[in-house]
Design a protein around this ligand. Structure first.
Ligand SMILES: Cc1cc2nc3c(=O)[nH]c(=O)nc-3n(C[C@H](O)[C@H](O)[C@H](O)COP(=O)(O)OP(=O)(O)OC[C@H]3O[C@@H](n4cnc5c(N)ncnc54)[C@H](O)[C@@H]3O)c2cc1C
Length: 380
């Protein structure tokens, strides 16, 4: 989509760091398994981007304006009414209300999900009601070269952590866990994050010289999906369609993927309205299929067996490149990727009953005594 939109040059001009892959680490280990997008099955690119969302969204917004889109900032859509021939949006800006009409609407309002709420079609995944606590730091240790661009995920027994390089100096560091664990700790978010990071030797070592440069954020990380993604005059895209725990940084990918498909479908329907009956359901199927791919991955991620199999990659049957491709944003529409993913999930299932990879505790080893938050440099 970015190539089609002619955005790569603007991303480079904005100084976004290229991201060449990721690394997954068990909390009981000192090293993890790295994967590089270039090694993905029939990979067409060797990189994605690490971005700060505000800067990234600004590049996209300015680009849309340059391409002729009419943009209204600081304007909220409060209600959508469906009329015979068009759609009426009730909007509010600077305290005054107006309405505007359009032939169709793509709801890309994120987790607010204006239409999802209006139609009451948001269905939550009860087992994925998580909480994220995170902050930005300067001075987190990074590997040299392209390994310094990797997103690092650390899987502990009841939580997982991310280390995401944002710029040459800045790193986003966060933890995701069941909200109940945080509530029971009776700590505030800052105390909880400091303690959780200090308890992980792999992270604490990297943060010896780190300094927190943002507030500590707490975000609900509640996965859901809308039961329908289209109607006669509407489509849902991005988080408005569904939000899957973004462990594998699938959120922006799915938003861009669905945005591109929605734009293509609507472009065709504007010229040939009778095609709506075929193209909108087709859109819904494609987006649901992509979300299913990541939902399955996320469900597996929260099992210990997934990590055990993932951290002992096998160079057989091209499994590793297929898993890598899905992590890199290939939604597995092709049969060669699909069957390899089936085999991968079969191995994860097998691991539960007849271990084929070493068992992991996902608990830091005893001799790696946890550092205090102060020694680890986490408290600024
Ligand atoms: C803690 C956390 C960490 C994450 N980490 C990652 C990550 O590392 N990588 C990744 O890819 N994804 C990540 N995600 C997911 C990612 O942020 C989302 O999937 C992505 O932003 C979805 O894009 P979107 O455009 O659909 O929605 P958004 O980015 O939420 O944009 C929605 C827009 O709609 C506007 N809006 C909302 N309501 C209205 C209204 N009523 N009227 C008018 N405008 C409205 C909002 O102001 C906003 O501009 C993370 C999410 C969370 C919660």
């Amino acid at each position: 989509a970015f190539t089609r939109l002619g955005l790569h040059e603007k991303f480079l001009r904005a100084g976004f760091m290229k991201k060449f892959g990721g690394e997954i680490v068990g909390a009981c280990s000192e090293t993890g398994t790295k994967f590089y997008f270039k090694d993905g099955y029939r990979s067409q690119t060797d990189h994605a981007y690490q971005v700060t969302r505000g800067d990234f969204d600004k590049v996209l917004l300015d680009h849309a304006a340059e391409c002729g889109a009419e943009i209204r900032e600081e304007t909220s859509v409060d209600q959508v009414d469906f009329l015979e021939e068009n759609v009426e949006l009730r909007i509010k800006s600077n305290g005054s209300s107006h309405s505007i009409r359009a032939r169709y609407i793509i709801d890309a309002s994120g987790r607010t999900s204006v239409l999802g709420r209006q139609f009451r079609i948001k269905k939550t995944y009860d087992h994925l009601q998580k909480l994220s606590i995170f902050a930005h730091y300067d001075g987190v240790w990074r590997a040299e070269g392209i390994d310094g661009t990797l997103t690092v995920l650390i899987r502990a027994i009841d939580r997982w952590f991310w280390l995401i390089p944002l710029t040459a100096e800045r790193t986003s560091v966060g933890v995701v866990l069941d909200s109940e664990i945080f509530r029971r700790s009776k700590l505030n978010a800052g105390e909880f994050l400091d303690q959780a990071l200090a308890e992980q030797p792999f992270i604490a070592k990297r943060m010896t010289n780190a300094r927190r440069v943002s507030q500590v954020y707490v975000e609900a990380d509640f996965s859901y999906r809308s039961a329908r993604l289209h109607g006669d005059r509407w489509l849902l895209a991005g988080d408005a369609a569904g939000f899957i725990d973004p462990i594998f940084s699938s959120g922006v990918f799915l938003a861009v993927y669905s945005g591109e498909l929605a734009a293509d479908a609507l472009n065709e329907v504007l010229d040939h309205p009778h095609k709506v009956k075929r193209l909108f359901p087709q859109y819904e199927r494609a987006v649901n299929r992509a979300m299913d791919v990541y939902l399955r991955f996320v469900n597996a991620w929260y099992t210990k067996e997934f990590i055990e199999v993932f951290l002992a990659p096998r160079s057989v049957l091209g499994l590793a490149p297929a898993v890598n491709a899905v992590l890199g944003g290939n939604v597995g529409n092709s049969f060669p990727i699909r069957w390899r993913m089936w085999v991968f999930y079969f191995l994860v299932w097998l691991q539960r009953h007849h271990p084929i990879s070493p068992r992991l505790t996902l608990v830091p080893k005893k001799d790696e005594a946890p550092l205090s938050a102060q020694t680890a440099g986490i408290i600024s």
